[in-house]
Design a protein around this ligand. Structure first.
Ligand code: SF4
Length: 477
């Protein structure tokens, strides 16, 4: 079966029109028609989009493997371990600092004899890389070897908004080349290569499947995580919780100006220690939760260690909600670990079926996902049933749909830091609503995740971590 037939068959199987497929890939319906009649071929970037839309590996389109014999048919889709979601690393951006850092580590270990590396950054990595400190991380990771870094702002034919080319030289001779995609949450993919990545462990990939399995086997969501990942995941999540608490406490005791030139004053300590003019228990809750979210987000903006939850930019939401509950209600670390497991399932579903990358789907994919994770975690702590937890996560992400990513000067500061605080409060509201209204809901979490992905594909690239639109257009200097 040739490429044109594969596209035609996949589109028909998914019951979408040429017009809809054109919209999802950013081309006209005539262009789709040309792909399907073999008059033209999709660009590499569009092949990558097609693979995401139809949930098949991109190799399916670029190889001669027939659809029936392709592993796609036999290989069940799986979800990765929560170790791949929650990672401890340096901010300010999982896709712009942690991903490139990982790529540089792998590439430099693979080429110990190289004396020069040349790195070309494309898409969002080029447009906001300087603000995010991508160049500094690359230089630091490849040191003491020399690194030449080029920002390519114009190339549009790239397979992912966060693409980088890496060349290794010895003398004048090029000895290696790879193309790396930093796909969000610090995860990378190498074009045409298998990543030595964390394992696929979850056999279910929708909330509907997971919830049916849990109900049939009388499991809570955290028990499901422990059953699939084994008891060792408990220790991993305990470390994650310790790192989250550390970043809150260090952020609360830190003051001064954030780096980057925007002259943003750190506010976590101030929020924590001030009293509202008319402080009720509600305004105090608001102030405390926000101070914790600010603390982590400011640590992230300073390039300190935080936990991706699910990304660096959105790392303040989940710890803020959990820490407040621990202080207020005395939940044990073990209770919090269980809540982290439940939140992890939600983050994993979004990562698997949509995206957690601001460069790919806008801030809805980062802050929206973090809010859904925090709502699910709080639901778990408060003893909500699986249906209510699903509803809380669904409300949390639904009301972030369309949220754009437009960081001023490419720095993860404005609007990112406040946005973490607002999302933490919203997660608490989502749980209250879910508690009261769960019998009346009409939309499943799976449907909202699918809608988030479609909305993200529809968003103009100006609003996907390129610092070209929205707030990023405001001149603050
Ligand atoms: S606007 Fe949102 S997605 Fe964009 S960098 Fe800030 S937190 Fe991340």
């Amino acid at each position: 079966m040739d490429l044109s037939e594969k596209i035609y068959n996949m589109r028909k199987k998914s019951s979408i029109s040429q017009k809809e497929l054109g919209k999802l890939t950013g081309v006209s319906n005539r262009a789709v028609s040309k792909w399907e009649t073999g008059l033209s071929r999709p660009s590499t970037a569009n092949l990558y989009k097609l693979s995401k839309i139809f949930n098949v590996p991109v190799e399916y389109f670029i190889s001669d493997i027939a659809e029936n014999s392709m592993a796609i048919q036999n290989k069940p889709k799986m979800m990765k371990t929560l170790r791949d979601l929650y990672k401890i690393g340096r901010g300010p951006s999982s896709s712009h600092t942690m991903g490139p850092e990982k790529a540089c580590q792998l590439f430099s270990e693979k080429n110990p004899n190289a004396d020069l590396f040349k790195i070309i950054l494309y898409g969002s990595l080029a447009k906001t890389g300087s603000g995010h400190g991508t160049d500094k991380v690359i230089e630091k990771t490849l040191a003491p070897k020399r690194a030449e870094i080029e920002f390519n702002y114009t190339e549009a034919n790239i397979p992912h908004p966060n693409t980088m080319d890496m060349y290794a030289f010895r003398g004048n001779e090029q000895i290696d080349y790879i193309r790396v995609l930093s796909v969000g949450g610090g995860r990378i993919e190498i074009e045409n290569a298998q990543m030595p990545d964390e394992a696929d462990v979850y056999p279910h990939t929708t909330f509907e499947e997971i919830s049916a399995y849990c109900l049939e086997n009388r499991l809570t969501l955290w028990q499901y995580v422990f059953e699939v990942e084994g008891e060792e995941i408990f220790v991993y999540l305990e470390n994650i919780w310790s790192a989250m608490k550390k970043s809150i406490n260090e952020g609360l005791s830190s003051d001064g100006i954030l780096p980057g030139g925007l002259n943003v004053v750190k506010k976590a300590k101030h929020l924590y220690s001030q009293r509202h003019i008319d402080e009720s228990s509600e305004t105090r809750e608001n102030r405390m939760v926000c101070s914790y979210a600010f603390a982590v987000s400011e640590q992230n903006a300073c390039g300190e260690k935080i936990v991706t939850a699910p990304t660096c930019g959105a790392s303040g939401v989940l710890p803020a909600v959990l820490y407040y509950q621990q202080i207020k209600r005395g939940f044990s670390d073990s209770d919090i670990v269980k809540a982290l497991a439940t939140a992890g399932i939600i983050g994993n579903l979004i990562k698997t079926n949509a995206s957690i990358s601001g460069a790919e789907c806008g801030c809805q994919a980062e802050i929206g996902s973090a809010c859904a994770m925090a709502a699910a975690a709080l639901g778990e702590l408060l003893g909500l049933d699986i249906g209510q937890i699903e509803y809380a996560a669904e409300i949390a992400i639904e009301h972030h749909l369309g949220l754009t990513c437009d960081p001023i000067c490419g720095l993860v500061q404005i609007p990112c830091i406040e946005r973490n605080a607002v999302a933490a409060m919203r997660a608490i509201n989502a749980v209250s609503l879910a508690n009261f209204l769960s019998d009346t809901r009409k939309i499943s979490l799976d449907k909202v995740i699918h809608t988030m992905k479609e909305t993200g594909l529809d968003l103009s690239k100006s609003y996907k971590e390129t610092s070209e639109g929205g707030l990023a257009k405001i001149k603050v200097f």
